[in-house]
Write a protein that binds this ligand. Structure first.
Ligand SMILES: [Zn+2]
Length: 846
């Protein structure tokens, strides 16, 4: 701790003696004070969940703990509506506790050194409880437990929880502990191991239960899927993926699964992909229960998601970050381990290509922008923790971690992790704790490395210089440059520089550890057709290729025999387009030519994704109109020629999302009406819904009837409700859309975040963008409130969905005006969120 911070802390602590009020949220100083004083913490909780969602959930918390210093008041966290706090008792006496600024302050006179017991009766705020007519689930990450019950809402006060729930008749329930008793509608659960508040959860509802035994393990899957055939088709794979992940992690970490029972819940329209509550993981139902039209990408995505959440049982749940500034450490390990776990289950997949495509484009999506952030950030109050999450944590950090593993060596890296997990099990650790475990295992200076990659934002700009004389390489050099003025950062990294020849691609190992280096191994080699510093899918940065390599790749990309090199070159050229070294038309032209002959499904997916963005965002209306017939022809041909249903599905989605010509729209409508089939592709209910919505947003004749018919056709009640919610956003009538947009200003109408995001993307669809410009300013103004009322990913996803369809200078100007007019006290991280979401728009509007 630095001296200034220490003095500040002393001032804050000493101010507790005065009647000064604690600030709202969970300020770091309060958390540090409590962590130093409280131990041996236990919560005994009861929640009564009434059937009517209009009635509040009420409860009782008995909180037991040992206290070190009883001379000062103690602060609980508890936010909620005005009548949320009912009664506080200590022993058999009613406490004189005050409820102020989302805290319950227990006076020092009622506390004692040693064992204390505080009983609080309360009403929960609905915010984190996700209540629906037939089910509810608690989601407390990062610091929302305090809205549901009084607690010390910080990750480093781990506690044992004992829970009981009164639920409506006929409901199932689950929590972190195993169910121990059921008396009428009262369900009780066993005491948990020590876990953080953000990992504590409970859920209840009309759920179906699937069980499975696999050796020593027993699993339960709870869900609400109405399509029994779909459940039957998926269930064995889902259980097997969990077994595979658990076995792998036990072996890698040398530590048995730490939390006893293992349940998971498939939540309809869950706001995240998954959430790693120990013993009770939540998943988005559609990510787990796949349709027959699922692509290879969907299957890989499911395996990765299951591996990610399972890895969290060790990385995050067993050993937890001390404070949310290190939340990235748990996310990076979950993603990093997931990549290792998934590989053996998909031997047919090129996993280096998979790692490249799953991480680099998304990480660049933020790190290239003025809105980028460092992997490790400061965090003064947990009420801002949500804004730490994003691509830098989920995608850049695993790239950086892979670099670290390369530097340290895979075995030494694993040994260091084992030591780190063992040393901090059922407790907390920081990033410096991990670096301390790894540093002795390598001669390299990990602190300097960590400074550039972890503590600072943005990526290096790396330029290739190639001199050829008499058909041989005279000099090949790489120079890096810091895009941030005045910082002069040097990122050291290992590269595999690819040199392309007619019959092979040669990879040269290069340590780029200074501002500029020469690739000595290239001297005297025959002149290559191209040099690609991102060969092997390793190098991270904005790469400016030498002119000859760039033109060769723009002309001959499909000729490269190796799929990983093709993938790496595609990403590098796309980034070059964004940096204006390649034109959008040339890029679209290359993509449409390449995807037509691409043999690797992962590359097909990536190319279709880029093509869609180039088409809607960067080409301009006139070029798009000229390009459309040829594009659709290539997409139809790809759909026909695709050899697997997975690949067909990828092509079909591309066609559905890019189609504009009447002929193709008529084809899609016939498919939706089941008058025409796509041989080899079975469309499930969610596909039909997407197709109906795609037709509606394009304003085909009778689109209102199509939507109405699709709603009537839809069997699953959750999907039907979502579609009814989204429907006005698809209306051809601008007034209906305006009225719908106006409803989103009320937080109540934004509760189902997945629904809202889908609707917002349709409101701002490129074909409706002109009419939607008027929503941009008010939507930006909502971002701050959304951070307060929504879950962690919502502000960024809201901004992304809202700006996704826009590409004009007027739209860009609206965003710039908004940013320039921001008040000084506007949360700086939210400003970055807006800047990064607007990056494509700013570039498109140049
Ligand atoms: Zn995670």
């Amino acid at each position: 701790m630095r001296l200034a911070a220490f003095i500040l802390l002393l001032i804050v602590i000493s101010s507790f003696n005065q009647p000064a009020e604690p600030m709202p949220g969970v300020p770091l100083e309060i958390a540090q004070d409590r962590a130093a004083r409280i131990s041996n913490l236990r919560y005994q909780l009861h929640f009564a969940i009434p059937p009517a969602t209009a009635e509040p959930v009420s409860g009782r918390a008995v909180v037991r703990f040992d206290l070190k210093d009883a001379s000062r008041p103690l602060v609980f966290d508890f936010g909620g509506p005005a009548d949320a706090l009912q009664r506080v008792t200590i022993g058999d006496r009613v406490s004189a506790a005050r409820w102020v600024n989302e805290h319950i302050v227990i006076p020092a006179s009622e506390l004692k050194a040693g064992a204390n017991e505080v009983t609080i009766e309360f009403r929960s705020s609905d915010g984190p409880l996700n209540r629906n007519a037939e089910f509810m689930y608690a989601l407390f990450v990062p610091a929302r437990a305090r809205q549901a019950f009084p607690c010390f809402d910080q990750p480093d006060l781990k506690a044992r929880y004992t829970v009981s729930l009164s639920v409506p008749a006929g409901w199932e329930a689950l929590s972190n502990g195993a169910e121990t008793a059921r008396k009428g509608n009262l369900i009780s659960f066993a005491e948990t191991k020590p876990i953080s508040t953000y990992l504590f959860t409970f859920a209840a509802g009309k759920f179906k239960v699937e069980t499975a035994e696999r050796g020593k393990r027993r699993f339960r899957m709870l869900h609400r899927e109405t399509d029994a055939e779909k459940v039957a088709r998926n269930r064995e794979a889902i259980f097997d993926l969990h077994v595979g992940a658990l076995d792998w992690l036990e072996k890698y970490t040398g530590i048995e699964y730490p939390f006893g029972k293992f349940d998971f819940l498939a939540v309809p329209a869950f706001q995240f992909g998954g959430m790693e509550h120990p013993g009770s993981i939540y998943y988005r139902a559609s990510a787990l229960l796949l349709d027959t039209s699922a692509t290879q990408d969907d299957k890989l995505g499911r395996a990765s998601l299951i591996a990610h959440e399972t890895a969290h049982m060790w990385f995050g749940d067993l050993v937890t970050m001390r404070w949310f500034n290190d939340v990235w450490t748990k996310e990076v390990f979950a993603n990093f381990m997931a990549a290792k776990i998934v590989s053996p289950a998909f031997p047919e997949i090129n996993h280096d290509l998979r790692f490249l495509l799953a991480h680099y484009p998304t990480a660049y999506g933020v790190d290239r922008t003025a809105g980028s952030n460092a992997i490790r950030q400061e965090l003064a109050n947990l009420n801002e923790a949500g804004s730490l999450y994003g691509a830098i944590i989920y995608q850049k950090a695993p790239i950086v971690m892979r670099q670290l593993e390369t530097i340290v060596g895979a075995d030494a890296f694993r040994d260091g992790l084992r030591e780190y997990l063992k040393a901090h099990e059922f407790a907390n650790a920081t990033w410096p704790d991990l670096i301390a475990a790894l540093d002795p295992r390598t001669p390299e200076d990990l602190e300097a490395w960590s400074h550039a990659w972890v503590e600072q934002p943005r990526r290096p700009e790396i330029t290739t210089e190639l001199n050829v004389t008499d058909g041989r390489v005279e000099r090949l050099a790489l120079t890096q440059h810091d895009p941030v003025a005045g910082r002069g950062l040097v990122w050291s990294q290992r590269l595999k520089v690819a040199l392309g020849y007619a019959s092979e691609t040669r990879l040269l190992d290069v340590a780029l550890n200074g501002p500029s280096i020469e690739v000595i191994a290239a001297r005297g080699l025959p002149a290559p057709s191209f040099v690609l510093p991102t060969g092997g899918g390793v190098g991270y940065g904005a790469f400016a290729l030498d002119a000859a390599s760039q033109s060769w790749l723009l002309a001959h990309l499909p000729d490269i025999p190796d799929p990983l090199t093709r993938g790496a070159a595609t990403i590098t050229l796309w980034e070059s387009m964004l940096d204006r070294r390649v034109t959008a038309d040339a890029m679209a032209e290359l993509l449409v030519r390449s995807v037509a002959v691409e043999r690797d499904e992962q590359n097909v997916q990536r190319m279709l994704n880029y093509l869609e963005r180039a088409y809607w965002k960067f080409m301009g209306t006139r070029a798009r109109a000229t390009f459309a017939p040829r594009l659709e022809q290539v997409l139809r041909a790809g759909l026909t020629a695709a050899s697997t249903s997975s690949l067909k599905s990828a092509w079909f989605s591309g066609l559905r999302d890019m189609a504009v010509t009447p002929a193709t729209l008529q084809f899609l409508e016939r498919v939706w009406r089941k008058e025409e089939a796509v041989p080899g592709l079975v469309l499930a209910e969610p596909d039909d819904i997407q197709l109906a919505q795609a037709l509606a947003v394009r304003g085909v004749t009778g689109s209102d009837t199509i939507l109405a018919e699709q709603i009537a056709r839809t069997q699953n009640p959750d999907r039907k409700a979502q579609m009814e919610f989204v429907r006005p956003a698809l209306s051809a009538d601008e007034k209906t859309r305006d009225a719908f947009f106006a409803t989103l200003k009320d937080a109540k109408n934004r509760r189902r975040e997945t629904w809202v995001l889908e609707a917002v993307a349709y409101l701002h669809h490129p074909l409706r963008a002109a009419a939607a410009e008027k929503y941009i300013r008010p939507s930006l103004e909502l971002v701050h409130e959304i951070q307060r009322t929504g879950d962690i990913f919502f502000p960024k996803r809201w901004a992304d969905a809202m700006l996704s369809g826009h590409s004009t200078t007027t739209a860009a100007q609206i965003v710039r005006n908004f940013i320039e007019a921001l008040p000084k006290d506007y949360p700086p991280r939210l400003r970055l969120v807006v800047l990064s979401s607007a990056d494509d728009l700013f570039r498109a509007a140049r």
